[in-house]
Write a protein that binds this ligand. Structure first.
Ligand code: PLP
Length: 373
């Protein structure tokens, strides 16, 4: 990225000089590399945005606007990221009908539920590839098939899947797919929306109007350094994807095994098999997750999604699994990634076990000293 922050400072939209052409060439090469990385058949299917939040908004608001007056119903899943749920709810406030599909106890959507939800007024179905809180991987191909049969667009938030799971956008059958650089060790502030080309045509209205960049779908000067970094980050992630997935899954399983060996009342949230290799969402019976996290700030853990930390409250994802409130409040999310080592995992397990034991002991002491009612 460095040359594009410094020497190669041209605007990719400048058509009249060599500085602009060089920036444009860098952007178009990155577009091709990203298209190749996600299994798009044509580089023009990749539209740059500021991140997956914007990609999700463009997909949902853009498809709804393009079909306004003809179709007015959207389908999403209760466990979607806020950047899918909130644009859907905003459209619902503006007169669209919205179906939020339930998930089963493991966090999975039933494609038969998708089929039942679709009506002849449905614009689009939005289902995430992999969940950011519980790591659960949805049956995207089966859902896309159902949507295709009914002539309904399917959008997929793949922010957690690209670079981590085997993924081929064209083969998956989805029409729109959101992803973002910083979830695969690229820079923050850049993402993309894959918009399938070919027939039947995917019709989208832009949400940002202006200079007509990105084939009229997203106005605004392109962040050339971030785009170049995005492409390199995806290539690096894909080059080591399989061994890294095995390594992370082994670390994750070791962490869970250690927690279970050291503590009673440890429960796993989300499907044990169909989940991201680096995701662990676990609860500790009787423990308050916020107190647990507050006691070990040197560990980068969370009780919900980092993206909604501004809106505290129990996780809507865990609630959608049907967990009782006390189990939701007792759960934390642990993400393992590229820089994590076996030593760190063992140290984290020990730290968590110590903190859970301390909290449980304090609670026990408290209830013993409570005056009889
Ligand atoms: C992080 C994330 C987003 C938001 O991506 P940004 O690039 O931070 O806007 C959307 N969906 C999922 C599933 C995510 O994990």
């Amino acid at each position: 990225m460095l040359p594009y922050f410094t020497r190669e400072f041209g605007n990719a939209a400048s058509r009249t000089h060599v500085f602009g052409w060089r920036a444009e060439a860098a952007v178009e090469l990155a577009r091709e590399r990203l298209a190749h990385g996600i299994g798009a058949r044509d580089a023009r299917e990749v539209v740059f945005t500021s991140g997956a939040t914007e990609s999700n908004n463009l997909a949902l608001l853009g498809a709804a606007a393009a079909q306004r007056g003809r179709r007015d119903h959207l389908v999403c899943v209760a466990t979607e990221h806020a950047s899918v749920l909130e644009p859907c709810r905003a459209l619902a406030r503006g007169g669209f009908a919205l179906t939020e599909l339930p998930v089963d106890r493991a966090g999975l959507v039933d494609p038969a539920d998708v089929a039942r939800a679709i009506t002849d007024r449905t614009v689009l179905v939005s289902v995430m590839w992999a969940n950011n809180e519980i790591g659960v991987i949805q049956p995207i191909e089966a859902i896309a098939r159902v949507c295709r049969e009914r002539g309904v667009l399917v959008h997929c938030d793949a922010a957690q899947a690209v670079g981590k799971l085997p993924l081929d956008a064209a083969a998956s059958g989805v029409d729109l797919l959101s992803f973002t650089a910083h979830k695969l060790y690229g820079p923050k502030g850049v993402g993309a929306l894959y918009v399938r080309s070919g027939r039947p045509r995917v019709r989208l209205e832009p949400i940002l109007h202006g200079g007509g960049h990105e084939a009229g779908l997203r106005a605004g000067t392109l962040p050339v350094p971030l785009i170049v970094g995005f492409a390199t980050a995806l290539e690096l992630a894909l080059a080591e994807r399989e061994p890294e997935a095995l390594r992370l899954a082994a670390l994750r399983d070791r962490l869970l095994a250690r927690l279970r060996a050291g503590l009673s009342g440890v429960f796993l949230n989300g499907d044990a098999e169909r989940r991201l290799p680096g995701n662990l969402n676990v609860g500790f019976a009787g423990v308050d997750a916020d107190a647990l996290l507050a006691g070990m700030p040197e560990l980068a853990l969370s009780s919900g999604s980092a993206c909604s930390s501004a809106k505290p409250g129990p996780s809507h994802v865990l609630k959608a699994l049907g967990l009782p409130d006390d189990a939701v409040r007792a759960s934390i999310r642990i993400g393992l990634g590229r820089t994590n080592t076996i030593e760190e995992v063992d140290a984290a397990a020990e730290r968590i076990i110590g903190e859970v034991n301390a909290l449980r002991a304090a609670k026990g002491a408290e209830s013993r000293t409570e005056p009889a009612a």
